[in-house]
Design a protein around this ligand. Structure first.
Ligand SMILES: Nc1ncnc2c1ncn2[C@@H]1O[C@H](COP(=O)(O)OP(=O)(O)O)[C@@H](O)[C@H]1O
Ligand SMILES: [Mg+2]
Length: 356
């Protein structure tokens, strides 16, 4: 029997640092992030810290510096997941970070300029490139769905009526699903591109301000690839892999943005989904947890079949402060010696002052 990889190995966390934008440059912002691509680490210095505050280093599966290209990110981080989906596994790719850190740029990018295409359009070309090269009598069926979760309500971005909220259901044979969600059969990468444009337009129609709205809702574009071929036993063998490509809401702390009323309700719901997602990932990486809290939010319920088990997950973290939270569990051992060191250093200094 094949030995199954521990679940932690199925979850990869990569970090991408975007270059400073013009506003940040003209305000003379200091760069406090140092990326070491060889070691896969990011070092942060505290801009307000004292000289005794040593920089903090965090290590990840892969890190991408400010000069990384869309293709670098695709080839190193996303490609293996899509390859697995084509083999019949489920996979999820999402970007996590505050608004403005480059989540949409990494996931979607600029679909009209070849070198600026993000993970989603590159995956379309990859899937249909694979199908075109398939040998023998292998047949494929590719379907896509596109939904949005806003205030813990699910809307079908490919449906006729954007005001309808859909129900999340569960059945023993198919697992968790969204009732009446539109599934579109696609024949090529252009079809996928077209329905993504249509869905994104519907996302705008339902919102008064697209930027504000997209930073407060989660969108899941899902592609199911089924393949069918005749085996040596002359029977038909079917494989199905599902890929979830997720554009998450911004992870900014709402206490910072001073939300109230409707904004506060939104913020609470966004935080519920993001913190549940964080808890689910932590529990999966931990490997010892017997309970994975998928059911605590719509987002994690819908991603359930593609996060645990044999599924592969890629998390692109776009903002470094948040890493601390997610990695705190793992880094605890590393953090404590550093604090001990700092404590000793300060004690010594204090003694010196007293002796003077
Ligand atoms: N790696 C990058 N290189 C160049 N520009 C980037 C990069 N990442 C993000 N940007 C730019 O920064 C801005 C904010 O990015 P965006 O993807 O909209 O952030 P988010 O979706 O996290 O709110 C956009 O104008 C985007 O084009
Ligand atoms: Mg965005």
């Amino acid at each position: 029997m094949p030995v199954e990889a521990p679940e932690a190995e199925n979850i990869k966390v990569v970090v991408r640092c975007r270059p400073m934008n013009e506003t940040e440059k003209s305000a003379n912002f200091r760069n406090i992030v140092e990326v070491n691509q060889v070691e896969g680490s990011v070092t942060l210095s505290n801009p307000n810290g004292s000289e005794y505050d040593p920089p903090k280093t965090f290590t990840f599966d892969t890190v991408f510096g400010t000069d990384s290209t869309q293709l670098d990110v695709y080839n190193l981080a996303a490609r293996p997941i899509i390859d697995n989906v084509l083999e019949g596994y489920n996979g999820t790719i999402f970007a996590y970070g505050q608004t403005g850190t480059g989540k949409t740029f990494t996931m979607e990018g600029n679909r009209d300029i070849a070198e600026q295409k993000g993970i989603i359009p590159n995956s379309f070309a990859h899937i249909f490139g694979h199908i075109a090269k398939a040998e023998g009598d292998k047949r494929f069926l590719v379907r896509a769905t596109y939904l949005e979760i806003y205030n813990e309500e699910v809307r079908d971005l490919l449906g006729k009526d954007q005001s309808v909220c859909l129900e999340v259901k569960e059945r023993p044979d198919i697992g968790v699903y969204v009732k009446n969600l539109t599934g579109v059969v696609v024949k090529n990468a252009d079809d996928l591109d077209r329905i993504m444009t249509l869905g994104s337009k519907n996302r705008v129609v339902g919102a008064t301000n697209m930027n504000l709205h997209s930073s407060r809702s989660h969108a899941i574009f899902s592609i199911t690839v089924e393949s069918c071929e005749e085996g040596f036993d002359r029977k038909e063998h079917i494989r199905a892999g599902k890929l979830h490509l997720v554009d998450l809401a911004g992870s900014e702390r709402q206490s910072k943005t001073g939300s109230s009323g409707q904004r506060l309700i939104e913020a609470t719901k966004i935080n519920l989904s993001l913190s549940t997602l964080g808890n689910v990932i932590s529990a999966l990486v931990d490997g010892k947890s017997t309970h994975i809290p998928y059911r605590n939010s719509k987002l994690t319920r819908l991603l359930q079949d593609s996060l645990g088990g044999n599924a592969k997950t890629l998390m692109v973290v776009k903002e470094v402060q948040n890493l601390v939270k997610i990695y705190l569990k793992k880094e605890k051992k590393k953090l404590s010696p550093r604090y001990t060191e700092k404590k000793h250093f300060l004690r010594k200094k204090l003694r010196k002052c007293k002796n003077k």
